[in-house]
Design a protein around this ligand. Structure first.
Ligand code: M6R
Length: 593
């Protein structure tokens, strides 16, 4: 969603701001803008891509500036609604992520006091409030303005004649990048990785004054110190490395992601989380997440119930936030790649408020989820740029497998088998990737249809859901994931020769029932593509097309099958010429409710 950058240093700000905005594009946006200060503030913004902004913007001289990519929430995407936003005098300029929930009231009050508004945004009240309180001390004015606002924000403020930037956060991520005689403000790490890997993760309530050679953080008027962290991944990790799309690169990284996760967790004697403390007194587990992470959670339920015999509830975070719950002796796990999904964070706060212990599984060090949680397990997927989640999902599954296997008290022989299967996964996923030619062929076939059903049973039911989400998200083909047994309770009415079915078949207790489901849909004329274990002749006789997948234990089959469905979605979207990495209307991290 929206992205923020701020720069102050020895160099001309404009080109640096633009290059950082390019690194923020993956978050999804519909307009962008920059403002630079030297003799007064000059800004340029529009409802265009960053490349178009770079071409169209006049030269803005100055060594201090701010920039923004906007994903419209309040007010349509347009030049006037794009950030930065200014005050009446042209002295104060602000970029903002988040939502000011009391902006209408503030706008009415400020208008009555003589302030003039030109945009439809909630953000515009912030520069006007700062203007109102600005009597020579910018940070005091920002602090006073923020006392008036309700809602969430990460802001960067530029004021004419001031050789500093002021930034603040509440419920929206914001970091400081530390350079050599230059400093940065950014909404996330990839924005600044071209310039520095030294970062400070700000906390809610922090107000920071940034100059070229100093960073001063205060909280409630008192100076505080925050730890400096080193980002371990590089710009190259966040680049395409010769692949046509980030999504394809990220799919191909999955054997490494699995290996890294296993090295990180399975072979470390002292895990970062005190597992005994986590388990103490737990009688049930609640897992919360959104989107693809929610499907990882559903798979987690199968694994936990099978190996730990603890009852597990899985809830969509946005739904959980609106009704009461029984949470006694419950361990809550939240799964979120970005660690910034607004619905998930809201659910976490609700859980904490009632005294629930919360374990976060996230891919982003220092993310809001990791700050709210009691314990955090980091997935080792590296930066995921494509809006469609792929490697982060597989990494989430690996952490869940590891967590559950670590706790399980299954007999030694079974444990050894599980560990062996886990270790073989990178190689098996590689086999799928090496045979993507066939998947490509089937994708071309699928791309001719307007609607597709994905079906699975048991632990592969969430895989069907994820396969459908991936396909609709990037190819724009209507797709639905169904528990195979549910088709006959309604969706059968839609089946026919124009509605293909992708069936995920595993060699587990669901096998015969899946074969029956395939027969049933075939009888209604639907073409069927089946994912089945190599050498499965029975399936071969039933299906129109078969994608043979390497043999793995049933518990790990979601890993292999998901990779197949990721490739199927990718090549279908490519066939249709879609903007795969940045699908319309979507954002990488969904920071609004
Ligand atoms: O960052 P999170 O894991 O919390 O994100 C949750 C969803 O927004 C995300 O998985 C979304 O569904 C993806 N675009 C799916 O590919």
């Amino acid at each position: 969603m929206c992205g923020i950058i701020g720069y102050i240093g020895d160099r001309q700000a404009q080109s640096i701001l633009v290059s950082c905005l390019q690194r923020l594009e993956y978050r999804g946006y519909d307009s962008c803008g920059i403002a630079v200060s030297s003799n007064g503030i000059k800004a340029y913004k529009d409802a265009v891509r960053v490349a178009a902004l770079e071409r169209a913007a006049p030269q803005l001289n100055g060594r201090i500036g701010i920039g923004h990519t906007r994903w419209a929430t309040q007010g349509e995407p347009s030049r006037v609604n794009a950030h930065p936003h200014g005050d009446c005098s042209g002295k104060i300029t602000v970029v903002h992520n988040g939502i000011i929930s009391n902006f209408q009231l503030l706008r009415r009050q400020l208008t009555a006091e003589g302030h003039k508004f030109i945009s439809e945004t909630d953000t515009e009240v912030i520069p006007h409030l700062i203007e109102k309180y600005y009597h020579g001390n910018l940070e005091e004015a920002v602090a006073a303005a923020l006392c008036d606002v309700e809602g969430s924000y990460a802001i960067a403020v530029l004021a004419a004649g001031e050789s500093k930037l002021v930034a603040a956060r509440k419920d929206c991520p914001l970091i400081i990048g530390i350079g050599d005689r230059e400093n940065f403000i950014a909404s996330d790490v990839p924005a600044i990785l071209d310039y520095t890997n030294r970062v400070i993760y700000l906390e809610d309530g922090d107000i920071v004054v940034v100059t070229a050679d100093n960073i001063k953080i205060t909280r409630d008027g008192t100076e505080v110190s925050r730890q400096e962290d080193k980002v371990l991944w590089s710009v190259a990790d966040a680049q395409k490395a010769g692949y046509e799309h980030f999504m394809l690169k990220e799919i191909h990284e999955q054997p490494k992601v699995i290996r890294d996760t296993l090295i990180g967790w399975v072979s470390v004697a002292e895990p970062a989380v005190d597992l005994a403390a986590l388990r103490g007194g737990v009688e049930s587990v609640l897992i919360l997440a959104c989107g693809t992470s929610y499907y990882a959670a559903l798979i987690g339920k199968y694994i936990i119930e099978e190996l730990l015999s603890i009852p597990v509830r899985v809830e969509i975070a946005s739904e959980f936030n609106y009704y009461g719950h029984t949470l006694a002796r419950t361990l809550a796990i939240v799964i979120t790649q970005s660690g910034e999904t607004a619905d998930t964070l809201k659910a976490m706060k609700k859980l904490k408020a009632v005294g629930c212990r919360v374990l976060a599984i996230t891919n982003v060090i220092g993310s809001s989820a990791s700050r709210i949680a009691d314990y955090t397990l980091y997935t080792r997927a590296g930066p995921e740029v494509s809006v469609a989640a792929t490697k982060s999902f597989i990494a989430q599954l690996m952490v869940l497998y590891w967590l559950v296997i670590s706790y399980s008290q299954v007999e030694a022989r079974r444990l050894a088998d599980l560990m062996m299967e886990l270790r073989q996964l990178p190689e098996k996923v590689q086999q799928v990737l090496d045979n993507e030619g066939k998947i490509k062929e089937y994708a071309s076939y699928l791309s001719e249809y307007a609607s597709v059903f994905f079906i699975g049973r048991g632990i592969n039911f969430p895989v069907a859901l994820e396969g459908a989400l991936k396909l609709k998200e990037i190819s724009y083909i209507h797709a639905e994931g169904y528990a195979a047994g549910e088709l006959k309770h309604g969706p059968f009415a839609l089946l026919g020769k124009d509605t293909p079915i992708v069936a995920v078949v595993a060699r587990d207790s669901t096998y015969q029932a899946m074969l029956s489901s395939i027969r049933e849909v075939k009888a209604r004329g639907s073409p069927v593509i089946v994912l089945a274990e190599e050498g499965d002749e029975a399936v071969g006789e039933l299906a129109d097309l078969v994608i043979a997948v390497p043999k793995v234990g049933a518990m790990f089959s979601p890993v292999i099958n998901t990779v197949v469905l990721q490739l199927l979605a990718y090549y279908t979207a490519k066939e249709k010429g879609r903007p795969i990495d940045f699908p319309r209307n979507l954002a990488k991290s969904v920071t609004v409710e």
